[in-house]
Design a protein around this ligand. Structure first.
Ligand code: ADE
Length: 235
């Protein structure tokens, strides 16, 4: 057991899907996995392991934001030997061509977080990246399913609510596709521990149009993301 995950060694698969929302973890386990074991209930941050078409996979809630996510990622890797973590999350669009419902595959991330200042001194900036083969497989799956998708950079922010509500426009000017709250640190930790990673995001809202998915639309959007992630797992 680790501090925040109550699983026994061996109960978590080497490949973990990482939604922020623990209830989304439950939905994924209920919908896509067989022979499901719930290995974690600490703080309501559910974790499940099961079988998807013969492949053993786990799905673990990570909470919102990089500090929470980093706790689970550190423990998954260091206490449970996890070798691949794929985030399945949501994001807010920063570009006109990125519409609600679309998928975003994060090729890199920028951040306003200071978490990496502990690793790299002020004046030095680490540019995190996903595992190329996972990115390639995600693109291939999205193409095969004829889904709308975008590949590029995201902004991983520490704040959902900003005092300066126009700040995102500068990131948009520099081509950032979308804003979310976890990818920068996920990719950093994956690099630190030499494991595989990718962030697959569903666009749930747009900072340009102020459009938001309603709950029914959100379900369809998430379905596309799950199709892509399970296609990667099967391949
Ligand atoms: N995740 C989904 N939409 C978001 C937004 N607008 N800002 C930050 N994280 C998000």
């Amino acid at each position: 057991m680790s501090i925040h995950i109550q699983a026994e060694k061996g109960e978590i698969a080497p490949v973990v899907l990482l939604p922020g929302d623990p209830l989304r973890a439950k939905f994924v386990a209920d919908t896509y996995l067989e022979e499901v074991l719930c290995y974690n209930r600490v703080r309501g941050m559910y974790g499940f392991t099961g079988i998807h078409q013969g492949v053993r996979v786990s799905v673990q809630g990570s909470g919102m934001g990089m500090p929470s996510m980093a706790i689970y990622v550190n423990e998954l890797i260091q206490s449970y030997d996890v070798r691949c973590i794929i985030r399945i999350g949501s994001c807010g669009a920063l570009q006109e061509e990125v519409e609600v419902h679309d998928l975003v595959f994060a090729m890199t991330a920028s951040t306003d977080s200071v978490m990496n200042l502990e690793r790299f001194p002020l004046g030095f900036t680490y540019s995190p990246a996903p595992t190329y083969t996972l990115l390639e497989r995600a693109i291939q799956a999205a193409r095969e399913e004829q889904l709308r998708y975008h590949v590029g950079s995201v902004l991983s922010t520490d704040s959902f609510y900003h005092d300066n509500s126009d700040l995102w426009k500068q990131w948009a000017r520099f081509g950032t596709l979308a804003v979310e709250m976890e990818t920068y640190q996920l990719y950093t930790l994956a690099a630190k521990f030499n494991i595989e990673t990718l962030s697959i995001l569903t666009v749930s809202d747009s900072l340009l149009t102020r459009k938001e998915l309603n709950s029914e639309e959100r379900q369809i959007g998430l379905q596309n993301m799950f199709d892509v992630v399970f296609s990667i797992i099967r391949s």
